[in-house]
Design a protein around this ligand. Structure first.
Ligand code: NG6
Ligand code: CA
Length: 506
C-alpha cells in the first residue's frame, strides 16, 4: 500500500517536473545586413516580404530590437556568448581569421546542449576558424562551430565576398579533391585564380571598392585563392543549398528537441539571386536577394508545419547589422532603389553608431503561446542566451545578457533600461529613450558606402521619444542628462574601456 502510494507520488512529481521542463525547438533565422525598413511588416519601406510578415504578424514584432554591433562578426559573437563584443579584442570583422570564441566560453548552443538539445548551424558563420594562424583547409579545420557547441555544422566560413569560396561540413571542406589542395591569402601574394585587377574581361560583376582579387563565377572577391576547383560553391545556388541542408539536418533531429541557427547570406554582397528571383523586386539584385531570403524563410516555416512541429517551435528572425547599398560592387543597389528605405526612418546604416547600424528587424514567434503583438520594449540579441536559459529552466547566465524571457515569449515584462552599442570598435550608449554618442575624431561619413558613421568632435545626445531619426542634438540644452549618461556609460565600460581605447580604431 505504502509502496503504491510512493509510486503514485513519484509519478505525480515527475509529471509536474516535466510540465515545467518545456523543451520547444528553436530556429534562429539570422540575416546578413538586412535593414530595419527592409521587412514590409515594419511599414517603412516599399519592398514586400510576405513570409517574414506572416511570422512577424503572428508573433511579436519588436520596434526597439538591437544587434550588439553595426558589423557582422562582433554581433555574432554577442549573439552566441551574451557578452559585449568590445570586451573581446578579437571580436572584429573577420577576414580569414581564427575563431574569436574561446573554446571554454559559454555559448547559446552549449546551453541548449546542456538541456538535452540537438544543435546545428547552417549558413554563414563569420566567427573565425582554427587557432594560432593561417587555416589549413585541406585537413580537419578545428576549432570551429563544432567545438563551441554545435553538434552539426554546414557553413560558409566568412562571407560570400571572401575566399575560400567553399562550404565546410563539420570541419571538412565539401567535395575537396586532395590532389587539388586549397591555398588562400589576403596579402599581396597574387597566385592561382585570375584577379579582378588583372583580368577585368572575366568579370560578370564589377568591383567598386575592395573585392578585386580572386575571380570565382565571374565575381571578384577579397583574397587570392588557388586549388579546390571541385569544391567551389555556385553563388546563385547558395540559398537553395542552405535551405536544403537545413531541412536535411532537421530531418535527422525533428523528433528530438533541437536548436537550429539558420544563418542566411542575404542581402550581403555579392548579391547573386537565383534566376527564379531575378527581377522579382524591381530593385535590382539587392531587392531580389531579399525576396529570395523571404522565400527561404517561407520554406522553413512550411517545413515545420508539414512535419507537425510548428506549434512546438520558437522562430526568431533578426539581422546582424543594419543596411548598406554599395558595399563594394556595382550592383544597382543605389540606382534601382526607387522609394524603398532600407533603414526605414532611422539615421545611418551598417558601420554606423546612429540607430540604423544596430536597430534591426527583430521578431519572436511561437504558435499558440505568443500572442501577436507589436512591442516597443528595448531588446537585444545579447539577451538570447539568458532568456532561453531561463525559459528552459537552466541556471546558465552570460556576462552581459538580461533575462527577457517574459518579454520574448510571454507578452509581458519590461525590456532593457540600458545598452552599449558598438560600430567598428567605437561605442555609444542608450538609456531608456536617450542615446549618447561620445566624440570620435574620425570622418563623419564613409564616402565609399555613403553612410554617416555617427562621428563628431563633441558628444551627441538624442531623445528617441520624439526624434527617432536623430536630427536634434540635445547635448548643449541638456547638460545634466548628458553628464549622467557619460558617468553611467563609463561605469559600464569600466576597465574594458581603457583596453578598447588602446585598440586602433578600424
Ligand atoms: C568590409 C568589406 C565589406 C564587407 C564587410 C563585412 C571592403 C572594402 N569592405 O571590409 O564589403 O565584406 O567587410 O561585412 O572590403 S559584415 O557584414 O560581414 O560585417
Ligand atoms: Ca552583416
Amino acid at each position: 500500500m505504502k509502496a503504491k502510494f510512493l509510486l503514485l507520488l513519484f509519478t505525480f512529481l515527475l509529471s509536474c517536473n516535466s510540465e515545467k521542463n518545456i523543451q520547444p525547438n528553436v530556429v534562429l533565422i539570422y540575416l546578413d545586413d538586412l535593414g530595419y525598413g527592409d521587412v514590409s511588416s515594419y511599414e517603412l519601406g516599399t519592398l514586400e516580404t510576405p513570409n517574414m510578415d506572416k511570422i512577424a504578424n503572428g508573433g511579436i514584432r519588436f520596434t526597439n530590437g538591437y544587434a550588439s554591433s553595426a558589423t557582422c562578426s562582433p554581433s555574432r559573437y554577442a549573439l552566441m556568448t551574451g557578452t559585449y563584443p568590445w570586451r573581446n579584442k578579437k571580436a572584429k570583422i573577420i577576414t580569414g581569421g581564427n575563431l574569436i570564441i574561446d573554446e571554454n566560453e559559454m555559448t547559446l548552443p552549449k546551453m541548449f546542449k546542456s538541456m538535452g538539445y540537438e544543435t546545428g548551424v547552417v549558413g554563414k558563420w563569420h566567427l573565425g576558424l582554427g587557432k594560432d594562424g593561417p587555416v589549413n583547409y585541406n585537413s580537419l579545420i578545428s576549432p570551429g562551430p563544432n567545438e563551441v557547441g554545435f553538434d552539426h555544422s554546414y557553413i560558409m566560413a566568412d562571407t560570400q565576398d571572401r575566399v575560400p569560396t567553399v562550404y565546410i561540413e563539420n570541419g571538412n571542406v565539401v567535395n575537396l579533391d586532395q590532389n587539388d589542395p586549397i591555398e588562400i591569402n589576403f596579402g599581396n601574394d597574387d597566385y592561382g585564380l585570375p584577379s579582378g585587377t588583372k583580368n577585368p574581361e572575366l568579370l560578370t560583376m564589377k568591383w567598386h571598392h575592395g573585392h578585386n582579387k580572386a575571380i570565382v563565377n565571374g565575381v571578384p572577391r577579397i583574397g587570392y585563392m588557388k586549388g579546390g576547383e571541385k569544391a567551389k560553391w555556385s553563388d546563385i545556388d547558395m540559398a537553395d543549398e542552405f535551405i536544403n541542408k537545413a531541412k536535411e539536418y532537421l530531418d535527422t533531429v525533428k523528433d528530438k528537441p533541437f536548436f537550429l541557427f539558420y544563418s542566411l547570406q542575404q542581402p550581403h554582397v555579392p548579391r547573386t539571386p537565383h534566376p527564379r528571383f531575378v527581377g522579382t523586386s524591381g530593385m535590382g539584385p539587392r531587392g531580389d536577394v531579399i525576396k529570395e531570403a523571404d522565400w527561404c524563410i517561407g520554406e522553413m516555416y512550411n517545413y515545420l508545419e508539414e512535419n507537425g512541429i510548428l506549434e512546438n517551435t520558437i522562430i526568431i528572425i533578426s539581422s546582424d547589422n543594419g543596411p548598406v547599398l554599395n558595399d563594394g560592387y556595382y550592383d544597382d543597389a543605389v540606382e534601382k532603389l526607387g522609394d524603398h528605405t532600407p533603414a526605414g526612418n532611422l539615421r545611418g546604416g551598417k558601420y554606423s553608431l546612429y540607430e540604423a547600424g544596430t536597430r534591426v528587424p527583430f521578431i519572436t514567434y511561437w504558435k499558440g503561446k505568443i500572442k501577436p503583438q507589436v512591442s516597443d520594449e528595448v531588446v537585444t540579441q545579447i539577451d538570447f542566451l539568458n532568456s532561453f536559459s531561463s525559459l528552459l529552466g537552466s541556471n546558465i547566465k552570460s556576462n552581459d545578457g538580461v533575462d527577457l524571457s517574459s518579454v520574448f515569449f510571454e507578452n509581458t515584462g519590461k525590456g532593457r533600461d540600458e545598452l552599449v552599442i558598438e560600430a567598428t570598435s567605437r561605442t555609444a550608449f542608450r538609456q531608456n529613450n536617450w542615446v549618447m554618442i561620445p566624440p570620435y575624431n574620425l570622418p563623419a561619413l564613409n564616402p565609399r558606402v555613403n553612410i554617416e558613421l555617427g562621428n563628431s568632435k563633441d558628444y551627441l545626445l538624442f531623445n528617441l521619444d520624439n526624434d527617432i531619426s536623430q536630427q536634434n542634438d540635445l547635448s548643449k540644452t541638456n547638460p545634466d542628462k548628458l553628464n549622467d549618461m557619460i558617468i553611467r556609460y563609463e561605469e559600464i565600460l569600466g576597465k574594458d574601456k581603457k583596453e578598447a581605447e588602446k585598440l586602433e580604431l578600424e
